[in-house]
Design a protein around this ligand. Structure first.
Ligand SMILES: [Zn+2]
Length: 369
């Protein structure tokens, strides 16, 4: 029996496996593989590098390929925190700052995993942070680092302002990536794009990116009916329960996002509030840069998104936090090739962005919501 390996230094190519030729694979093992206690043939490949994807073929001694190849990507656990380490980080923050932070179960995923998060400080005047609405994107790493730093250096703001964080909304699908699934994953375990599932103009299907939201096979499938998904219902109930003052939903890809703010600007009533909070976030984000890019919010009118629901139904100013490919770190992250150093730099930027909004909430605490 022979075992072949093929190395792909890039992972966001959905159908990359079609372009892999088993004849070009390096043979990394010759001999007999013994089944383990579960009956699986196991090979432990020690020669792999982080951030790379690998395709493995098995062939018999006559050169016949057996079964389908196995594809795996090795992600750096320092870049992609596992769910276990996210939970542990939240537990340790609560243990360290019991007066300020509590862990809460907000709901359950399709696969019945608890959707946990933190509530920190004064919840009458809180900003809501949501991560990984789309499994392969961003959230937990940036959010938890920010909260840890705020609790360490800026506790005073939490007397009059707060943060509610759901570090990972789409836990089921993100776990696939943690366990080696090479390609970008967007939808939840039912194949529904959570960011098209909210009851906000849901009835009107959308064709952006040339993908139809009413097609169950598309990656932007809106679901069988509005709010059909438990993750959607969870986020709706968080908005209803806490009535956050402002909401940032983290996107882009590969654990990092930039400061490209998208919102639903057709709501003219909320436009001023959106400009206010967007500018605060922007100014904080770029506070370490001498030359700051101009401030703008991109209008997104897509149906069923978190921010459109927040703005038009829950009456909460809301943004999708995206990146741009023109910035090298964000470009790398978009290909899921960001390093731990890249992420560290962006933890600092998001800390500054969120601190800037938090300071404003602290100063302008009116408890009107
Ligand atoms: Zn997204």
């Amino acid at each position: 029996m022979e075992f072949g390996r093929y190395l792909i230094p890039y992972s966001n190519n959905q159908k990359f496996i079609k372009n892999c030729d088993p004849d070009k694979a390096a043979i990394i093992f010759k001999g007999t593989l013994k089944p383990d206690s579960m009956g699986y043939l196991t090979y432990n490949d020690q020669q792999v590098k982080q951030k790379y994807s690998y395709v493995y073929w098995l062939q018999n001694k006559h050169g016949k390929i057996l079964g389908n190849p196995v594809c795996l990507k090795l992600r750096d656990p320092k870049v992609w925190m596992s769910q276990q380490s996210i939970e542990k980080t939240m537990d340790s923050l609560v243990a360290k700052y019991p007066k300020w932070a509590q862990k809460t179960t907000f709901g359950k995923t399709v696969n019945n995993l608890p959707i946990n998060g933190l509530v920190v400080g004064n919840l009458k005047n809180a900003l809501l942070l949501v991560g990984y609405t789309h499994a392969g994107e961003s959230g937990a790493e940036l959010h938890l680092a920010t909260i840890a730093q705020l609790l360490k250096n800026n506790k005073k703001y939490f007397r009059k302002a707060g943060i509610i964080v759901i570090p990972v909304l789409n836990i089921d699908s993100r776990n696939l990536l943690i366990n080696g699934q090479p390609d970008y994953v967007r939808t939840n375990a039912n194949g529904v794009d959570l960011n098209r599932n909210f009851p906000a103009n849901w009835e009107k299907p959308d064709n952006s990116y040339g993908i139809k939201t009413d097609d169950p096979n598309s990656t932007t499938y809106r679901g069988p009916f509005p709010a059909s998904e438990p993750e959607t219902q969870t986020l709706m109930s968080v908005m209803e329960t806490y009535k956050p003052t402002v909401f940032f939903d983290y996107h882009w890809m590969g654990t990092i996002t930039g400061c490209n703010l998208l919102s639903y600007l057709d709501d003219t009533v909320m436009k001023l509030e959106l400009e206010l909070y967007g500018k605060l976030f922007h100014d904080g984000f770029f506070s370490d840069q001498k030359i700051k890019p101009p401030f703008r919010i991109e209008n997104s009118t897509k149906s069923g998104t978190t921010q459109r629901y927040a703005i038009t139904v829950a009456k909460i100013p809301a943004f999708s936090v995206e990146g741009v490919k023109e910035v090298p770190v964000q470009e790398r992250s978009h290909s899921d090739m960001a390093s731990a150093e890249d992420q560290l730099e962006y933890k600092q930027k998001h800390y500054q962005a969120i601190l800037s909004v938090l300071k404003y909430l602290y100063k302008n605490n009116t408890y009107t919501r």
